[in-house]
Ligand binder design. Sequence first.
Ligand SMILES: [Mn+2]
Length: 318
Amino acid sequence: MSDYHIFNGDADGICAMVQLYRAAPNPDALIITGRKRDIKLLDRVEAGKGDHLTVLDISMRSNMDALVTHLENGATVFYADHHNAGDIPEHDNLDAHINMASEICTAVIVDQHLGGTYRAWAVTASFGDNFPATARRIAHGHDLPLGKLERLGILLNYNGYGASVEDLHFDPAQLYKILRDFDSPMEFLLARPEIFSALDEGYRSDMAGAKAGQILSDIEGAQVLQLPDRASSRRVSGVYGNQLAQDNPARAHAILTDKEGGYVVSVRAPLTNRIGADKLCLGFDTGGGRAAAAGINHLPHSDLQKFIDAFNAQYSTA
Ligand SMILES: [Mn+2]
C-alpha cells in the first residue's frame, strides 16, 4: 500500500504537486520525477492493489502502456495534464483531469480542482510554462507579487533543463521537497532566499554564456544556433530559446547543444505564428513536443543539414 507522487520536474509539474501535497500531505509518498525531458515516468513504478498514483504534467499518450498495466493490476490513479493525451482509457480506477486547451497548464488544472486554495503556486507555474497571460488572469484580484512569481516560475522551469540530473542546480525531487513545506511561494521566498539566489545567479551566468553561441544558419524568419558543449548550455538552452522568441517574435529559433555524438535540439516557433514545431520535430526519431515549443532528444551529427533544411523549409519567410 504505497502512494506515488509522479510529476514532471519543471515549474508546472512541481507547482502542481506542491498544491496537492498542501491539500493532503503525505511525506511517506514515493517521489518519481526527473528532468523536464524525462516524461516516461510511469514505467519506473511497479504498482498494484492498494497503491495510489498521483500523476502530473506528463503526457498520458507517452505513458499509456504503463498506465493501463497499473490500472489492471488494481492501482488507483489521479492524473492531471495538459499534453496530448491520446485516447483516455475508461477505467473505474482512473480519475483523469486532462485539459489540452492551448493556454492552460497542469498547475492551473489542479488549482481548479482544489478551488483556488493555493492560487499563487498556479500563477508561478503559469509563468514557468510560458503562459504569462494565464498567470495574470488567474492572479486577478489576489494581490500577488507578480514580478517575483514570474521570476520564480522562470527559474524553476530553467532548473529542469540539462542532459542529466547532475547538470541541474537542484535535483527536482529535492527542490520539490523544499517547496512543498510552504502554502505559497511568497512564504518559500521569505524562508529560503538562498535557493532563489542560487537559481537566479546560475540563470544570469548561463544566459551570459549562451551569448557565445555560434550561428549555424540565419535566414529571414528562421535562425539556428549552436551553444558551446558544456553543462551551462544544456541548462539554459530552453529558456534561452524562450528569451530569443520574446526578443524576436517573428522569428523561429532552433538551439542545438552537443550530446553524445549528436545534438539536443530545442525548437521555438515564432510568437507571432506558434505552429509547426511538433510536426517538424516528429520528423526525427527522438522528436516530440507542442506546436509552439518542441525538441529532439538526439539528433545525430550526420542529420544536421537535414534538420536545418527542414527547419528553414518550415519557417523561412524569405
Ligand atoms: Mn506543463
